[in-house]
Write a protein that binds this ligand. Structure first.
Ligand SMILES: [Zn+2]
Ligand SMILES: [Zn+2]
Length: 678
């Protein structure tokens, strides 16, 4: 009995193993045939590029690139024989100001003017020197393909040999100067080491066949630079992460270039390889799991090197479904001006900055939705990999309202596409996410109006003290403490006639506190009903940070108010309203404004708060209520020209149901139910 049962479970186990290995989809590794160059351009592509240099559509871009390559070769800086430090150390710790480099050992704050030198500033600057040097290698390599002159190939050969002469002697160091697993040699992180190895591989591959290289040169470059860099990188397994995606690409490209099949297999089929990463790191809607658009593109940039190199070796990784999803997902998450909100550890950037990836995407998939992003074809990827011609008619991008539970994001859009509301109900489970759930962002009248703080360099103390505090967001803070242990769900999402609405509920700190936010986007107003509950008496603060300028402020008390709690300390010029005001106006342009109508009795504080740049000074309004329950009701009237607000009628009945009537809509929200009627 026992034997047969263990036999049966053995069979079951075997079956499970078989199924797992099939579903994990190991890829057959194909090594490139023939002699390089072969990874980043085929012979046919190189012929096409040379033809493009004479084609009116591309000739200016080619000429500019050749000019840039020439100037890189005119004043070649010395390669520092030293490892660089983390560039996130490179900003003013006092005010977050970026540095102006007076000399490699004098770094002047662009805000307060203080000059910093020594460790880690000088060392972080070394990182920039390596980065610049190695970016130039890529430019020179492409110039070599257009016009194969020996001097270009020789510069790349000499540079790689010089790096090979000292790479192995560089001590391992991490961003704190230790030798942890994240430590690298040329840089302070295996992440940066990987980014740079990708650049080396790209430049080396394109000039590999030039007669200036001897067999001995190739041996030295591979054995003393590329392979030791792989060894540095492979020490650190980062599992699901953007780091590991760079590790995979670097090691995979180096493996393809040096003929080391094992490295390629590690990069693609390994425990944390590309196949694993594609299955685990890309959400079903196509966004990278880290919740920050910046990291989405950073990861795609990594992937791109391996997709290209493996593709020319004979492995079409572009066909993996998550790859296309990674191009489709961001099209949903855009503000109307085609920028991404600076949510989580992300800067505010335009999708057009990544138009090169859509050039490649269009070449692979011929998806017409990418065409509106390709009206200007000046990216390097367009030049190297873009289709010969695109359809005349490129159309416009259609942006829709959507809710995605995995992204924990609901986006509401007006039919004219000019107004968008983002309700970010993040659970902040991943390092780059900010603990600020049911956060509201508003894009209207041509700009982000309810603003995100974005990020500062991570080594800067203000990143933690401001950007990562809940109070720098447009959501309720309980007891002046940033959100902890967030559980959240979107419980209502609907697009109706003349309105779109989302409701998200969150609990904090093991259900000690509950936040319940309903946002309705009507044609000319946003209605925001924010209910809060606590098991014990609590302070509820709802800060709102505006991009615009105050107009007609109500009377404020004389004395300044100062707050001590983390994040709150960064508020500036705070004063309290003399008496409760129902209306505030934010001017947003010569003939546009947002009129806030406030229908709760909260205390009102007006001040300034930092924006994307710490020195930015945004108008801020914070309301404060206390008790076991609180409800903040705000109507944002979006007005143009002489239009006057359709003053909302707001009431709360005995059972706690809040009713707001404006613009022909009636919104009724209680703790559980939401009713919207025209
Ligand atoms: Zn400064
Ligand atoms: Zn944030």
């Amino acid at each position: 009995m026992a034997v047969s049962s263990s036999f049966r479970s053995g069979i079951v186990l075997l079956l499970i193993c078989f199924l797992v290995s099939v579903s994990s989809g190991a890829l057959d590794i194909v090594m490139p045939a023939g002699t390089p160059p072969r990874l980043f351009m085929t012979e046919d592509e190189m012929v096409r590029l040379r033809a493009r240099a004479k084609d009116p559509q591309w000739e200016k871009q080619c000429a500019d690139l050749l000019k840039e390559a020439d100037s890189c070769l005119e004043n070649v800086p010395a390669i520092p024989h030293q490892g660089g430090q983390w560039t996130h150390w490179y900003s003013c710790p006092k005010d977050g100001g970026s540095f102006i480099t007076d000399t490699p050992t004098a770094h002047r704050c662009s805000v307060c003017g203080e000059v910093y030198s020594g460790y880690p500033y000088d060392d972080a600057y070394i990182t920039y020197m390596h980065n610049r040097y190695n970016n130039n290698l890529q430019t020179i390599a492409i110039a070599y393909v257009i016009e194969p002159t020996g001097v270009r190939a020789k510069h790349i050969r000499d540079s790689l040999l010089e790096y090979a002469s000292f790479y192995e002697d560089l001590p391992l160091h991490d961003r704190d100067g230790n030798t942890t697993l994240s430590a690298a040699r040329l840089y302070a992180q295996t992440l940066d080491e990987s980014v740079n190895l990708c650049k080396f591989c790209f430049a080396y591959d394109l000039v590999y066949g030039d007669p200036c290289f001897s067999e001995e040169d190739h041996r030295i470059i591979q054995e003393h630079l590329l392979l030791p860099m792989c060894e540095t990188i492979q020490r650190y397994d980062m599992r699901i992460s953007n780091w590991q995606t760079w590790h995979n690409s670097a090691v995979g490209c180096a493996g393809l270039l040096t003929g080391e099949r094992e490295l390629v297999d590690w990069a693609i089929n390994g425990k944390s390889g590309l196949m694993f990463q594609m299955e685990r790191s890309v959400l079903s809607g196509g966004m990278w799991y880290e919740g920050a658009p910046g990291y989405h593109w950073y990861s795609f940039h990594a992937l791109y090197y391996l997709l290209e190199a493996a593709g020319r070796a004979g492995m079409n990784l572009w066909n993996l479904p998550p790859v296309k999803r990674m191009l489709d997902g961001p099209l949903r998450q855009l503000y109307p001006d085609l920028t991404f909100p600076a949510i989580h550890d992300s800067p505010r950037t335009s999708i057009l900055g990544n138009r090169g990836f859509y050039e490649m995407g269009y070449s692979h998939f011929k998806d017409e939705r990418y065409l509106p992003l390709l009206t200007v074809r000046d990216s390097r990827d367009a030049l190297l990999y873009g289709a010969d011609s695109l359809p005349e008619e490129k159309g416009a991008l259609t942006l829709d309202s959507y809710n995605d539970d995995e992204e924990a994001l609901a986006v509401l859009r007006n039919p004219d596409g000019k107004t968008a509301v983002f309700l970010d109900y993040t659970r902040a489970r991943v390092g780059h996410m900010h603990p600020a759930t049911v956060n509201l962002l508003l894009f209207a009248q041509g700009e982000e109006r309810l603003a995100e703080a974005g990020r500062l360099p991570y080594g800067n103390p203000l990143h933690k003290e401001w950007c990562r505090q809940t109070v720098s967001h447009n959501t309720v803070v309980v007891n002046e403490t940033s959100h902890k242990r967030i559980e959240s769900a979107c419980t209502f999402f609907e697009v109706g006639e003349g309105w779109r609405a989302a409701r998200a509920m969150a609990t904090l700190d093991g259900e000690k506190y509950a936040l319940n936010r309903t946002v309705v986007l009507a044609d000319k107003a946003v209605i925001d009903i924010f209910r809060c509950r606590s098991k014990e008496d609590a302070l509820f603060d709802l800060p709102l940070h505006f991009r615009g300028e105050w107009a007609d402020l109500p009377e404020m008390k004389e004395e300044a108010v100062s707050f001590e709690a983390p994040g709150y300390r960064e508020f500036r010029e705070v004063k309290e309203a003399v008496s409760h005001a129902d209306w505030y106006t934010v001017a947003t342009g010569a003939s546009s404004r947002i009129v806030l109508q406030i229908a709760d009795a909260g205390q009102q504080f007006v001040g300034r708060s930092p924006g994307y740049q710490y020195e930015e000074n945004l108008p801020m309004l914070m309301r404060r209520l206390s008790g076991k329950e609180a409800v903040f009701v705000t109507v944002f009237h979006l007005l143009e020209g002489d239009a006057v607000p359709d003053a909302a009628r707001c009431s709360t009945d005995a059972s706690g149901t809040v009713t707001v009537q404006t613009g022909g809509l009636t919104v009724q929200a209680d703790e559980n139910a939401l009713r919207i009627t025209p």
